[in-house]
Design a protein around this ligand. Structure first.
Ligand code: GAR
Length: 219
């Protein structure tokens, strides 16, 4: 990857606002990579239209047509690898991944999750932060390992929880930050500044803290 423009394949399941943020960053010259393909496990994902509008090749691999998680992941891996990606970006790809799949892309697959990991792995993160009475919440980009919503953190954005918040208003505030930190992490990786080693994230050769690099939008 060192001397060539890296290839990125983006996996989606839905609306694709994070995909759009990556496309916009690329168009602004802030993501030095080829967005080689967008692959969705849902045929009607709106993100496919965003990709097509940006001239990015799209593929659909409908998981409902497969008898097992293993068979789906194997087929997905073949489809991804046809694009020879340096980096695979999970952008709202709502699938539990098999261990073999995560190992195959170890150190070259990123995910975004709407919580301050390791808090609130899984679903309904905004409501859970409200129910817990947290005064801050946020979003994390991390390298993917076999553990669901696990793997070393790369960057976190912290947002305030306000007294009048609902899960919807909180989600919107978090989403603004998602669209900041995912292009940033993708840029770091594409520039060869970000890597995973011995289960840790390194930026410019320095081990990042457990939280990852923090962007605090509360001030
Ligand atoms: C985003 O909020 C992302 O953080 C979340 O799905 C949404 C996708 O939105 N991902 C997860 O919950 C992963 N566990 P998008 O399709 O508009 O980018």
């Amino acid at each position: 990857m060192a001397n060539s423009t890296p290839n990125i394949v983006v996996l989606i399941s839905g609306s694709g606002t994070n995909l759009q943020a990556l496309i916009d960053a690329h168009d602004r010259g802030e993501l030095p990579a080829n967005l080689s393909a967008v692959i969705s496990n849902r045929p009607n994902a709106y993100g496919l239209e965003r990709a097509a509008a940006a001239g990015i090749p799209t593929e659909v691999l409908d998981h409902t047509g497969f008898d097992s998680r293993e068979l789906f992941d194997q087929a997905l891996q073949r489809e991804i690898d046809a694009y020879a990606p340096d980096l695979v970006i999970l952008a709202g790809f709502m699938r539990i991944l098999t261990e073999g799949f995560t190992q195959h892309y170890s150190g070259r697959m990123l995910n975004i999750h709407p919580s301050l990991l390791p808090k609130y792995q899984g679903l309904h993160t905004h409501q859970r932060a409200l129910d817990a009475g947290d005064d801050c919440h946020g979003v994390t980009v991390h390298f993917v390992t076999a553990e669901l919503d696990g793997g070393p953190n790369v960057v976190q954005a912290v947002v305030p929880v306000l007294p009048e918040d609902t899960a919807e208003t909180l989600a919107k505030r978090v989403q603004v930050q998602e669209h900041v930190i995912y292009p940033l992490a993708a840029r770091w990786f594409s520039e060869g500044r970000l890597r995973m080693a011995q289960g840790r994230s390194l930026l410019d050769g320095e081990t990042l803290p457990d939280s990852g690099h923090i962007i605090d939008s509360r001030n």
